[in-house]
Design a protein around this ligand. Structure first.
Ligand SMILES: Cc1cc2nc3c(=O)[nH]c(=O)nc-3n(C[C@H](O)[C@H](O)[C@H](O)COP(=O)(O)OP(=O)(O)OC[C@H]3O[C@@H](n4cnc5c(N)ncnc54)[C@H](O)[C@@H]3O)c2cc1C
Length: 390
């Protein structure tokens, strides 16, 4: 299936593409080298209404569809994966669960500010002892009998956690009930007891930040339970559904990164000369480019298809796992090929392709490792009629 973008979607793509080329691209290398949080990028994206594009108009958001969101992730990822990761955590992981599961009051309180980028969001699920096995979280939220919960515990790897204003935080309100005892809270990060324990020194996406967070006797009113009282015990569902949709953004970003890497490789092979001619004239290298372009075409079509299905209201949990798996693995190969085409130059920091090579690696790990995506897909393939994937 091929996709014809609507006029509006094309306008979004053109606007983000221009912004990415003119604003993000010249700064991406420096952000990576200096480990600078891309706050100025966040500010600019907020001005353009692109920081949380899926927030509906009734909450002062742009009300864009998921395909537009995928296009934004793709175009930002094409030049700067750190910024794409930062806005992914803000939009997919923090704004979306409030949008999808919040009470009217919670939506009124948070969504306009998240849409405007006035507050930055993050999502706290992973803990030192609970990664893939998210049901094993040990952070507790215990009712104090006065309409509050007292939260104790720690989270790890929380993107934006060091500077965010609000966190969607998963904690166990009833450890005896396992996943049915997990509850999501919306917590302003200024709440006493909330502490940033440090920032991880990562291999890639070094302009984005992953924090260790601790909560010590953090008192939160029950009104902060995502979805109100009905949200008690629904936290695991909130987390899984949030990640399902978030994976479309990761797949789109990986597609954009592969595209960006290919563009850099094309430019390089046209300029670099060996054996008396441009290396683009060697057929073996042309075949690399043919493989890369074909892979990217397949990735983009898969991502757009799943985004369209989500916009049509279909359950995309398994297809989202499929594109997350396929696009991140394929993008890794494409970027590796692009680096190979650069020869030794690709191995040094002076050339952007070195950053792409480090940055792409995380996409196979976060928002559920690719092994976990395979578990999700295999479970469905064994359970359902295989023909539903036509
Ligand atoms: C840069 C970065 C940003 C992140 N951002 C966030 C964030 O904003 N919020 C948040 O909550 N979390 C975040 N995470 C956490 C991320 O989602 C987890 O790292 C990921 O889910 C894997 O968990 P883990 O690292 O504990 O690995 P583990 O779960 O310990 O896995 C180790 C290995 O075992 C494999 N494995 C585990 N269980 C199975 C199984 N059942 N079957 C097959 N293989 C299995 C895994 O695939 C992996 O290869 C981030 C992580 C990183 C590195």
């Amino acid at each position: 299936m091929e996709f014809t973008l609507t006029e509006e979607q094309q306008m979004v793509r053109d606007m983000v593409r221009e912004f990415a080329d003119e604003w993000l691209a010249p700064r991406a290398h420096e952000m990576d080298m200096e480990r600078r949080i891309p706050l100025e990028h966040v500010e600019k994206l907020s001005e353009l209404g692109l920081i949380a594009p899926v927030i509906p108009e009734e909450y002062d958001g742009p009300g864009m569809d998921y395909l537009s969101y995928a296009i934004i992730s793709e175009e930002v990822g094409r030049v700067d994966a750190s910024t794409a990761t930062t806005i992914g955590a803000h939009c997919s992981l923090c704004s979306s669960p409030i949008m999808n599961f919040g009470t009217d009051e919670q939506k009124q309180q948070w969504l306009p500010k998240l849409a405007a980028g006035e507050v930055i969001g993050c999502f706290g699920l992973t803990e030192p002892m609970a990664g893939s096995d998210a049901a094993g979280i040990q952070t507790t939220a215990v009712p104090d009998g006065n309409g509050n919960y007292i939260i104790n515990g720690a989270k790890q790897w929380i993107t934006n956690g060091s500077f965010a204003d609000v966190i969607v935080l998963l904690a166990s309100t009833n450890p005896k009930k396992g996943i049915m005892g997990i509850t999501a809270f919306i917590v302003p990060t200024k709440t006493p007891g909330f502490e940033v324990g440090g920032v991880e020194d990562t291999m890639g996406i070094r302009g984005s930040q992953q924090a260790v967070l601790t909560f010590k006797d953090m008192q939160v009113p029950e009104e902060w339970i995502l979805g109100g009282k009905r949200g008690i015990g629904r936290g695991f569902t909130v987390a899984m559904k949030t990640l399902d949709a978030g994976r479309i953004g990761v797949a789109a970003m990986a597609t954009g990164m592969a595209q960006g890497a290919m563009e850099k490789a094309i430019q390089f092979v046209k300029e670099r000369e060996q054996f008396g001619k441009a290396i683009k004239d060697f057929q073996g290298l042309q075949w690399y480019l043919a493989d890369m372009a074909t892979s990217i075409y397949a990735m983009r079509n898969m991502v757009y298809r799943v985004a369209c299905d989500k916009d049509a209201g279909k359950d995309v949990a398994t297809p989202a796992a499929m594109i997350k798996l396929f696009c991140t693995e394929t993008a890794f190969k494409v970027i590796d090929q692009a680096l190979q085409l650069h020869g030794g130059y690709g191995y040094c920091k002076e050339y952007d392709i070195e950053r792409y090579y480090r940055d792409i690696r995380i996409t196979r790990i976060y928002e559920g490792t690719n092994e976990i995506q395979k578990n999700i897909i295999a479970r469905d393939v064994l359970k359902k009629d295989p023909k539903i994937w036509y």
